[in-house]
Design a protein around this ligand. Structure first.
Ligand SMILES: Cc1ncc(COP(=O)(O)O)c(C=O)c1O
Length: 374
């Protein structure tokens, strides 16, 4: 899909790119200024930092986790990583052995599977149901347990379908993990993007879970900082110790001035974040209404995240054919749901994190016109 988009753009076509996971927003000015000042004013931030991260950032992360997530960790229980992605990769290498099974609710972000396979572990998919708003189901998870199950991967709100785990389901997943002595890896990168009545819950905040949970998060989506590459993992010291060894030998540390900017982002005023969430809330509404006005497309409101995940089965094309059709005939890029594993078939993933409402209006108009040709 990416190759075809590039080809079309090179040929002069105007493509509206709604396929990626990148928010089309700019990093807030005060965060950019902090990064620039760090480069200009202090050599500390342009040399190697402490491998586990700048102390001021680890403190800021521990304070944020206590304030927003009710997760109590000390700064030395935080590892600063090069985005959530490198944190996940490092955790998989440190905590999983060959033959270990990891439960992953699907449809899911594809990187989890790759990280676990690279560590020699076996991903075990647990499909979520569209009728349940793609919220992970603890009973379905329990059915996939074997003597080799070692961990559960959670991503709430989820990519691609936006499912937010309900409080009851979160407690049931915690019980499952405690009963079967499982590690929980919780990717909370979309925590602020929750739109309905559900609230984000960090599973590490539930009784008995802190000692068996690795909480992953980062600045990429919350502060539109994808390119700054800052994320973090918080969890039990003995797990972090092994992760730190891999981290230090593989990447040394995250970029110093990005870490400084991240500390400023977490400690600073959150007005830009609130304004950004307000815009996302409007764009989500706009895209849902627009998609539902296209005959044969049904878009249930996603609980959270930055994507709509409409059902396109009535169009009579597979999700791959449909995504390709819309790219060729509407010049709008989307991703086929089947790329995200079992349960995603018959859907498209469409990013609504756009600054301009007009981008989505034009995209919707083009999709509607293309659909009329089917
Ligand atoms: C669920 C999820 N986790 C993590 C990431 C990547 O985060 P980072 O930029 O911090 O590596 C993404 C990016 O698309 C994502 O969708």
């Amino acid at each position: 899909m990416t190759d075809r988009v590039k080809q079309l753009r090179a040929a002069g076509e105007n493509i509206i790119g709604l396929a990626t996971g990148t928010p089309d927003f700019d990093t807030p000015a005060y965060i950019k200024a902090a990064g620039k000042a760090a480069i200009d004013e202090d050599r500390t931030y342009v040399t190697y930092t402490q491998s586990a991260g700048l102390p001021e950032l680890r403190e800021a992360i521990a304070a944020k986790l206590a304030r927003e997530n009710n997760v109590r960790v000390n700064a030395d229980e935080v590892l600063v990583t090069i985005g959530v992605k490198q944190g996940l990769f490092t955790a998989a290498q440190a905590c999983l052995d060959s033959g270990d099974e990891v439960l992953i609710p699907t449809p899911t972000w594809v990187t989890y599977e790759a990280c676990f396979k690279l560590a020699g572990a076996t991903p075990v998919f647990v499909p979520c149901r569209a009728e349940d708003a793609f919220r992970p189901d603890p009973e379905a998870m329990a059915k996939r347990l074997t003597s080799r199950t070692r961990a559960i991967m959670l991503n709430s709100p989820g990519n691609p379908a936006g499912g937010v785990i309900t409080p009851e389901a979160m407690r049931a997943i915690a019980d499952l993990a405690m009963r079967h002595n499982l590690l929980v890896m919780s990717d909370e990168i979309y925590e602020h993007m929750v739109y309905g009545s559900l609230r984000h819950i960090s599973i590490a905040s539930l009784p008995g879970m802190a000692e068996r949970t690795l909480t992953f998060n980062g600045l990429s989506k919350t502060y539109a900082m994808t390119g700054w590459r800052v994320g973090y993992v918080a969890g039990p010291k003995e797990m972090l110790r092994n992760m730190q060894k891999i981290h230090s030998h593989s990447v040394t540390c995250a970029c110093g001035f990005s870490q400084k900017a991240a500390a400023v982002a977490l400690n600073g005023p959150q007005d830009d974040l609130h304004a950004y969430i307000r815009i996302l809330t409007e764009r989500r509404k706009q895209l849902i209404a627009g998609l539902n006005s296209i005959p044969g497309v049904r878009c249930d409101p996603p609980d959270g995240g930055i994507f709509c995940f409409p059902d396109i089965t009535e169009l009579g094309l597979s999700d791959q054919e449909c995504s390709a059709f819309f790219l060729e005939h509407a010049k709008v890029s989307t991703l086929p749901g089947s790329a995200f594993g079992p349960g995603g078939e018959g859907h498209l993933r469409i990013n609504f994190a756009r600054r301009k409402a007009s981008d989505l209006d034009i995209a919707l108009e083009r999709l509607r016109a293309a659909r009329a040709k089917l």
